[in-house]
Design a protein around this ligand. Structure first.
Ligand code: NAD
Length: 517
């Protein structure tokens, strides 16, 4: 199924401008075609594949200036009592509630997400604000038993400094909010380099945070936005005044950024690509599994870091399950992401479509069998856009392209005979983000969650690999980068720990019974 019509680029431009005006960022986009500056980014929509507005872009010297301003703001912000810092985050959350539809419109226009997922992305931002407000009254240290009489041993947590946030196109604003809400509550200031593919929604969020700062009397420079490509990102990453670089994107990007930050002995938090799998055991509830698999593999047009890319199915049920999945895939409505009936919107670009086609060609050359999908849709209506039918490919072994992340709705199906074999296949890829098992056998579920089971940062039972809640720590192992963001104690990455020894006796006693003088 395909929605036969798409909105025009003029309609999308008007909708984007109206949303920007309502959040207070209308002046950021020009009335005419010119911006009057040499450095320009072209905001674009994957819905039609056409340009929307030119937007002024930052230079490397703008990056240095933004870091300097954020550093100055940090000197005040670090001493502001944390619950008062929380008031800024609370106000941001209120503004996001008020403008949920506007921000979601911009997410759909720039990232192509279907309406319910775009609204869900903004809901996630609201949720992390609530979480960070609570956090602003916690940030606990601990007291540790001292080996010496008359001594107190404790640890305290202090703000870190300027946090440089580099983010990806596919969660253009939720990832920013995970970092920013928590960093602000922790007493840090933020310089944000969003994806060059999503400048408009970034301008909207920057404006909402500026309004929140005005409303609560926080320094304006607790947050600065740098629109630009990876050159501007690299200037931010290399700046020694940036205490933490939190970078989300491809493993290629993470390898570059991680090494650059390490070269200056800085701190980085990396959230990179995944190659997520689900094991489907013979006892699985197949109705539930089919729903979970289709959402995880085809939802967001396969463009989540947690998208399900490999299905490891027990041989006895492989035929039945693939039959049900291919039937469900044939009915998936592909098309206009603003249409409430659509479940699969566009890929971000025709380059992403080329990469999916290339992966399909490679896997077929490696012996894979295409079971469903892979065709392009709406090519005549929107030649610059990339609508595609989600695809399933049966493969005999986990080699070549199956071990890579192709950022598109492409699901590989493998079969297994023993759980041991399934877990070995599951873990035998370079990435380690998200995983799941569908089973009604408690022993199998527990093995999968145990130290001998999934090696990922996220391991689920009877639910797909995508769609995490903000309350847990989010991130993955191996080439996914090892970082954790969002809930639980992920806040500790945004603070520095100090260990304090206080001697309240009148004797000087040295640790380990050392005697001196
Ligand atoms: P990308 O790596 O192309 O770009 C991500 C960001 O990094 C952009 O802002 C880009 O300008 C910047 N960048 C790229 N090279 C840089 C460099 N050398 N120095 C500084 N900045 C640089 O990724 P993308 O295509 O926007 O997003 C898709 C990728 O992101 C997928 O691999 C996906 O799995 C991953 N992702 C991971 C998570 C996670 O939490 N693990 C979340 C979302 C997306």
């Amino acid at each position: 199924m395909t929605s036969s019509t798409l909105p025009t680029t003029d309609e999308l431009r008007a909708r984007a401008r109206a949303a920007l005006e309502r959040v207070g960022a209308g002046s950021a986009v020009p009335d005419g075609a010119r911006t009057g500056t040499a450095h320009v980014l072209h905001a674009r929509t994957p819905v039609t594949g056409e340009d929307l507005f030119p937007v002024p872009a930052a230079t490397e010297s703008d990056a240095a200036e933004a870091v300097a301003a954020a550093r100055t703001a940090f000197l005040t912000w670090r001493s502001t009592p944390p619950p008062r810092r929380g008031e800024l985050v609370r106000r941001l959350g209120e503004l996001l509630r008020e403008h949920q539809e506007d921000v979601a419109d911009l997410v759909t226009i720039e990232a192509g997400k279907i309406r319910t997922e775009a609204l869900g992305e903004v809901q996630e931002m609201i949720d992390i604000c609530d979480f960070a407000v609570g956090l602003s009254r916690q940030l606990y240290g601990r007291t540790i038993a001292s080996e010496r009489p008359g001594h107190r041993l404790a640890e305290t947590w202090h703000p870190l400094g300027v946090v440089g946030v580099v983010s990806a196109f596919n969660f253009p604003v939720a990832v920013w909010s995970w970092n920013t809400a928590v960093a602000l509550a922790c007493g840090d200031t933020v310089v944000w380099k969003p994806s060059e593919l999503t400048p408009l929604v970034s301008l909207a969020c920057d404006r909402l945070l500026a309004r929140a700062a005005e409303d609560v009397g926080a320094p304006r420079d607790v947050h600065r936005l740098l629109l630009g490509d990876r050159t501007v990102g690299a200037a931010l990453v290399d700046d020694p005044r940036v205490a933490l670089v939190s970078a989300t994107g491809s493993t290629r990007m993470g390898r570059e950024v991680g090494q650059r930050v390490a070269a200056r002995l800085g701190r980085s938090l990396l959230e990179l690509g995944g190659n997520n799998a689900a094991v489907v055991a013979p006892s699985a509830d197949l109705d539930l599994a089919v729903q979970g698999i289709v959402f995880a593999a085809a939802g967001t047009a396969g463009q989540r870091c947690t998208t399900l890319r490999r299905l490891i199915v027990h041989r006895d049920i492989a035929e039945t399950l693939t039959g049900r999945l291919t039937a469900a895939y044939r009915k998936l409505p592909v098309g206009d992401p603003f249409d409430a009936a659509t479940l699969v919107g566009p890929l971000i670009s025709t380059a992403a479509l080329d990469r999916m086609r290339d992966a399909l060609e490679r896997v077929r050359a490696e012996g894979g069998e295409l079971l469903v999908g892979g065709g392009r849709r709406l090519a005549e209506a929107a030649p610059g856009a990339a609508y595609v039918e989600p695809a399933i490919v049966r493969v005999g072994e986990q080699a070549g392209v199956v071990r890579e992340e192709t950022f598109a709705p492409l699901l590989y199906v493998l079969t297994y005979d023993s759980l041991e074999e399934a877990v070995a296949l599951h873990n035998d890829v370079p990435q380690g983000l998200s995983s799941s098992i569908f089973t009604r056998d408690q022993r199998e579920a527990e093995v999968f969650l145990s130290a001998e089971g999934s090696d990922c940062g996220i391991a689920n039972v009877n639910i797909g690999t995508s769609g995490a809640e903000i309350g847990g720590a989010f991130g993955g192992e191996k080439e996914t980068g090892g970082g954790r963001e969002s809930g639980s104690d992920a806040w500790r990455a945004y603070m520095r720990r100090a260990t304090n020894t206080v001697n309240y006796s009148s004797e000087l006693s040295l640790a380990q019974n050392v005697s001196f003088l």
